[in-house]
Write a protein that binds this ligand. Structure first.
Ligand code: HEM
Length: 221
């Protein structure tokens, strides 16, 4: 019988960050809806409770972001290597990976990306995660912080275009996060088993696909 092989993919600080972040985000989304549309959505009884919960979840997401950033930048020192796509990734890798998700996956063909701890994201993941983690997440945190302290920070708010611009930017980035989340969770189920990518986010280890498993899948198509 073939032995199952495992690779250690997700270190503990990243797992802690990820689930704090995910829990924080879902709380932010639900409370955010309550704050934005109080006449239609009133889950928390009163408006003030929704705001208090939203602010607390904002702090959790910000603090866990610092954990993610410090770990990758100063401890593992793999931020650039893991998250910045190469020229080859941009020229052809992204398209190849998208074609796999849209078509080849359903034909039982192998994933063009072989996961290793040094290169754990495929070109599409690298690009999307880079935009999310280095651009959108800091922006939503920063705009949220400004909105929490409107009076003391009014000069900065005026400088970035005023309160209306800030509220719209915060809301639009939050919406893009919600669309990311649906796609993120769906794509995460497209491993060689539906939970193959979820397990390393829980205990760190990813089970490698055996050649036999893949041949069996091809035979089924
Ligand atoms: C309930 C919500 C969520 C679930 C179920 C979930 C699930 C997963 C899974 C299964 C993985 C590992 C496979 C992969 O890399 O695609 C992963 C990784 C990742 N997720 Fe999520 N996720 C959630 C929320 C989020 C949110 C809100 C963000 C960002 C704002 C996020 C950003 C990431 C990043 C950057 C990674 C790669 C982490 C690393 O190994 O460095 N996730 N997620």
């Amino acid at each position: 019988m073939e032995k199952t092989e495992y690779i250690y993919l997700t270190p503990m600080p990243i797992r802690i960050w990820h689930w704090l972040n995910a829990f924080g985000f879902v709380t932010l989304a639900v409370t955010g809806l309550n704050i934005r549309f109080p006449d239609y959505i009133n889950i928390f009884g009163d408006y003030k409770t929704a705001i208090r919960l939203h602010n607390t979840a904002g702090f959790v997401v910000s603090a866990s972001y610092l954990l993610w950033f410090s770990y990758y930048l100063f401890v593992a020192r793999t931020l650039a290597k893991l998250y910045i796509p190469t020229l080859e990734d941009i020229r052809s890798g992204i398209l190849r990976q998208a074609w796999f998700y849209f078509f080849n996956y359903f034909m039982g063909r192998p994933n063009p990306h072989q996961t290793t701890p040094e290169n754990k994201f495929n070109p599409l993941q690298k690009t999307v995660y880079l935009v999310i983690m280095i651009f959108l997440l800091p922006l939503v945190i920063l705009s949220g912080f400004l909105l929490m302290y409107v009076t003391p920070l009014r000069d900065i708010i005026h400088y970035v275009g005023g309160i209306k611009t800030l509220v719209s930017a915060h809301f639009l980035i939050a919406c893009s996060f919600c669309s990311f989340l649906f796609v993120h969770i769906y794509l995460a189920t497209l491993g060689h088993t539906p939970f193959a990518h979820f397990k390393p986010m829980w205990h760190g280890w990813e089970e490698l696909e055996k050649q036999g498993d893949h041949d069996k899948k091809e035979d089924q198509h």
